[in-house]
Every structure is written in structure tokens, then in C-alpha cells.
Design a protein around this ligand. Structure first.
Ligand code: 3NM
Ligand code: MG
Length: 522
């Protein structure tokens, strides 16, 4: 059974003037692959009639029909299956009533539900609610895409299919799919929607858009999993130099929501690299800014603009713009931990950047401790494996800074050995790395969307361009500039180092980057 686009009906949501069967038929024409009849307010007779009429249409389009909750109705119309909620007929009882071959699906909100579903041998599970929804009064917590991902892992090694449900629409679909992948690489088999189709005046195109998004994403996911890009040092260095040129030619807008400590120097570093900073924080302007090519940096060194951070990230995802997340001091307080979780559930970061203490806190690892915003101790025993796993889990590029910087996309791990100790003597050098990474990722995005490139292969991605090269470029630019600055005779301490660092970013030459960059591919 193909659950790619699973339409759950909602007759009460039909727009004025739209007939139920007309709407259903248009949805089927738009590419719905499975239909569930969900009638929460109908008498048995009405439910039966609706189910019967729906079945005729579904058969015409060769699409399976599932009945929500009511085993008697499913039997009466010989539906393809039933969907059972946690307070409906238990699966083992349903199985005694249903003929073999009838599909059974179950709603799951947590690991206990999933374990029970596996034990019961169901055919598929609906995991939700992934987002907030007004279609159904939720009795269980919203679990977010990361919640969906962790539940999917429990299905490894089974044949049970999974769809996500709750608040999936044209603007959340890509984020839903991209984020709902387990650390083991288990993805969704489909998406289930009510209102995006049922409440639409044009259900055919509503369904078509969701279907297209799903198919493009699955294609990209499979391609990505089949082709491991192999990097060598020269390719990386040349890629970085190319990005520096793109930044200077195209002058991308780097929107930064960052902390008060580093705002000015981050803006200056952006300018020095050849890009344009805007340090806007008002939620009212987040949408407009997302339309301008470039990148978004969210640094929560001082979390005073959480709503804007949420909005800006959502819009950046929609615009397929790079989003760099710098969870400053995330281990320091419970508020920061909760906020990081909330942000990462709402949008997908292209790059997450932090020191070992911050990355440990994000990964729930106790191996490295933090004191406020600073990392304590000597770091991870095996930083390469740690960063690779974190990148895989967060489905983005991960950058861990320190005397040695580590960058990974979940497959390749790159070790970078530039920089000077004096970087640690100015405030916000880590934040500057975030700014430089965002700037280089903007370059990577512009390069991927330049006229002449094939947007077809990029459209299914959450972000365009090579974020691994972008992240490496940002780290290298700052650390190489730091070496050049530290070696200057007019630098006498941290006070004179900072302006010299900005100067060196401003003057940074491709040949300097190429000759100084210490890149190791693991
Ligand atoms: N079940 P929409 S959420 C029917 O969490 C249903 O199990 C959910 O509607 C669950 O696509 C939900 O309009 C409603 O948000 C989904
Ligand atoms: Mg139910």
C-alpha cells in the first residue's frame, strides 16, 4: 500500500460551495495515494453512506480506502483497512473481527504506543501530532519532527510503514520530511493530511503540491543515501576559494539575529568578507528579509528574540536559504536547552556550530562540560566520531570549534588546524566563526542557484548549495585571518588583535587561504 500522500477526510472543513464527493475526487486526481474516512460527528447511517460513496470513487482511482475507528463500517463496505486510535478497539481484538489481509493502522504519539503497535503486528502507524493543528483537539503532546524521527528508529528491522500527521501543509511539508528521519536513517513512508486538502477550494492542486514535494524529497533522500560524495583536500580548498569570490561578487545579505555582545563586530566581519550584514530582530520584518538571497544566522547568546528566531528560521527554510545555528551556552541553563529544542523542532538548521561544551549539551552527552558559554576540559576522546554522529542525528553540517576545528556532514569528517590562541582572548570569536560560516554558506547557496545551474536537482532539498564547503570556508576564513593578524607587528594584545582580524578578513586573498589552510579529510 502506497501511503505517500494519505488523505484523511474532514467534511466539516469543506469550503463554502464545495461538495464532499467533488472535493474527494479532485484530491484523488491530484495524486492522493490512500484515503481514510474520518467521521467524528456522524450517525452510523450517514457514516455508512459516506463510506460507500467514497469507496466507489477510490476504486475508480485504484486507491485504498481505510475507515477510522469503525470496524463495523469497514466490514460493511469491504474497506481495505481500519485506522485505530489509542482509545479505539484494541488491535488484537480488531484482528479477531477482521478478515485477514485487511490493513490495520494505529495512531502513535510515544514510544510505548510504537512498541505496542510492533508487538500487535500492525501494518502502519500514524505518528502525531508533528505540528500544532486546529483540525483535532489534541490529547497528547505535539512531538515535533525530532520526536517523529526517534519513534521511526523503533521501526528499524520491521515492515511497518509510518506516516506523520498533524499540521502538515505546503509550508511545513519539506521541514517535516527532512526532520523526521531517525539517526539510523529511517524515513517516513508518507504524510497524512486533513485540512490542507479538505479545506481547500482547489484540492487537486493542494494534493498535487504535497505529492510533488514528497516525491522530490524521497528522490533526493534516496540519491543522497546512494551517492556518498568523496572529498579530497584540493577539492575542499578550491571550493572555499570559489565561495570567497562568489561572496565578493554577489554581496549576499547575511541576516543575523545575534547577541548584544558581538553584534557590531559580527556586522563588521560580514562586511570585511564582502557580504552585507543586517542585524534585524523585529518579528514583523522576518518574512521580508527571508526573500532576499543570502543566509540567516541565529545565535542565541542572549535569548531575547525567541519569537523572531522561530519565525526567521521558518521563513529561511521556506525560501531554501542556509540557516546557521549557534546555540551559545546551550548547556548553561534549562531555558537555553528548552529553547534550542524548540527551535530545532520548528526549523531545520543547515549548519550547527558550537564549542565542545555546547555540542555535548546538544547531543545530551556528559563527556564534555561547560561553564556558562565556555567549554571546560580537553574535549572529546574521539571528536571525529562524535561530530559525525551529531551531524547525522541533526541532519545538517556540524561544526565544533576549538584549537582544532571539526566539521562533518554526517559522512565526511574534516579536521581543520588553523587559528591562534589569541582568538580565545577576545570576546565572541566563536560568534565570529558563526558569522563567517553563514557568509560562506550564503556564497554556496548563491553558487548553487546561479543561472546555468540545474535547479531541478536542488529543488527537493531544504537548502541549496554545499553547506559542508560553506561551513569549512567560514572556519578557514576566520582562523587563517587570525593567523595573519596575530603575526602582525602592530598587534600587541587582544585590543589591537580585533581590528587587525577585521583587516585581515578584509584583505584575505585566495592564495593566502590556499597556502595556509590546514585541511585533513578523515
Ligand atoms: N490525528 P491537519 S492530528 C486526525 O496526532 C489527526 O494523531 C492526529 O489534521 C494525531 O492535517 C490529526 O489538518 C489532525 O492538521 C490532522
Ligand atoms: Mg479514533
Amino acid at each position: 500500500m502506497d501511503l505517500s500522500l494519505y488523505f484523511v477526510t474532514g467534511r466539516e472543513l469543506l469550503p463554502p460551495g464545495k461538495e464532499y464527493l467533488e472535493s474527494l475526487e479532485e484530491a484523488l486526481q491530484g495524486g492522493v495515494t490512500a484515503v481514510q474516512i474520518r467521521e467524528k460527528n456522524s450517525d452510523t447511517l450517514e457514516f455508512l453512506q459516506i463510506a460507500r460513496q467514497s469507496k466507489i470513487l477510490c476504486m475508480k482511482y485504484n486507491v485504498p480506502l481505510i475507515i477510522n475507528d469503525r470496524i463495523d463500517i469497514a466490514l460493511a463496505i469491504q474497506a481495505n483497512g481500519v485506522h485505530l486510535g489509542q482509545t479505539d478497539m484494541p488491535v488484537h481484538v480488531a484482528k479477531t473481527l477482521l478478515p485477514t489481509g485487511m490493513v490495520i493502522g494505529v495512531s502513535c504519539n510515544n514510544m510505548d504506543h510504537v512498541r505496542k503497535a510492533i508487538e500487535d503486528g500492525v501494518d502502519y502507524i500514524g505518528i502525531g501530532a508533528v505540528w500544532g493543528t486546529t483540525t483535532k483537539e489534541l490529547t497528547n503532546p505535539i512531538i515535533g519532527v525530532r520526536g517523529v524521527g526517534s519513534l521511526l528508529q523503533a521501526l528499524d528491522g520491521t515492515f511497518i510503514k509510518a506516516v506523520a500527521i498533524g499540521g502538515i501543509n505546503s509550508s511545513t511539508v519539506l521541514r517535516t520530511l527532512h526532520g523526521s528521519v531517525s539517526p539510523s536513517g529511517h524515513r517516513l513512508d508518507g504524510i497524512a493530511v486533513v485540512s490542507q486538502i479538505a479545506a481547500s477550494a482547489t484540492p487537486r492542486s493542494a494534493a498535487q503540491r504535497l505529492k510533488d514535494s514528497f516525491e522530490a524529497w524521497v528522490h533526493g533522500f534516496d540519491v543522497q543515501n546512494q551517492t556518498v560524495q568523496v572529498y579530497d583536500v584540493e577539492t575542499i580548498k578550491n571550493g572555499v576559494v570559489e565561495l570567497l569570490q562568489v561572496i565578493r561578487d554577489k554581496n549576499p545579505l547575511i541576516h543575523q539575529i545575534t547577541n548584544v555582545v558581538v553584534t557590531n563586530q559580527s556586522a563588521n566581519a560580514t562586511l570585511a568578507l564582502g557580504a552585507s550584514p543586517i542585524m534585524a530582530t523585529a518579528s514583523e520584518e522576518m518574512h521580508d528579509l527571508s526573500r532576499i538571497p543570502g543566509a540567516l544566522l541565529i545565535n542565541f547568546g542572549t535569548i531575547t528574540d525567541k519569537d523572531s528566531m522561530i519565525l526567521a528560521g521558518k521563513y529561511a527554510n521556506e525560501a531554501q536559504k542556509p540557516l546557521v545555528f549557534d546555540p551559545v551556552g546551550v548547556g548553561a541553563t534549562q531555558f537555553r536547552k528548552t529553547t534550542a529544542s524548540e527551535l530545532l523542532n520548528t526549523w531545520q538548521a543547515s549548519v550547527i556550530k558550537g564549542n565542545p561544551g555546547e555540542m555535548a549539551a546538544l547531543a545530551n552527552s556528559k563527556e564534555v562540560q561547560a561553564k556558562g558559554v565556555d567549554s571546560v576540559g580537553s574535549g572529546f576522546a574521539d571528536p571525529a566520531s562524535f561530530i559525525r554522529e551529531l551531524a547525522k542525528k541533526e541532519r545538517c553540517v556540524a561544526v565544533m570549534t576549538g584549537p582544532t576545528d571539526w566539521v562533518s556532514d554526517g559522512t565526511t569528517v574534516v579536521k581543520l588546524d588553523n587559528g591562534r590562541k589569541i582568538l580565545g582572548d577576545i570576546t565572541g570569536s566563536g560568534c565570529l566563526v558563526g558569522t563567517c560560516v553563514a557568509t560562506f554558506c550564503a556564497g554556496a547557496s548563491l553558487l548553487a542557484t546561479a543561472p546555468g545551474t540545474n535547479p531541478g536537482t536542488e529543488s527537493e532539498k531544504l537548502v541549496r548549495g554545499n553547506m559542508l564547503i560553506g561551513a569549512i570556508g567560514g572556519v578557514l576564513a576566520l582562523t587563517v585571518a587570525a593567523e595573519c593578524a596575530a603575526e602582525r607587528s602592530d598587534v600587541h594584545g587582544s585590543g589591537t588583535f580585533l581590528p587587525a582580524l577585521i583587516d585581515e578578513l578584509y584583505k584575505l586573498k585566495p592564495e593566502t587561504l590556499l597556502s595556509r589552510a590546514k585541511v585533513h579529510v578523515l
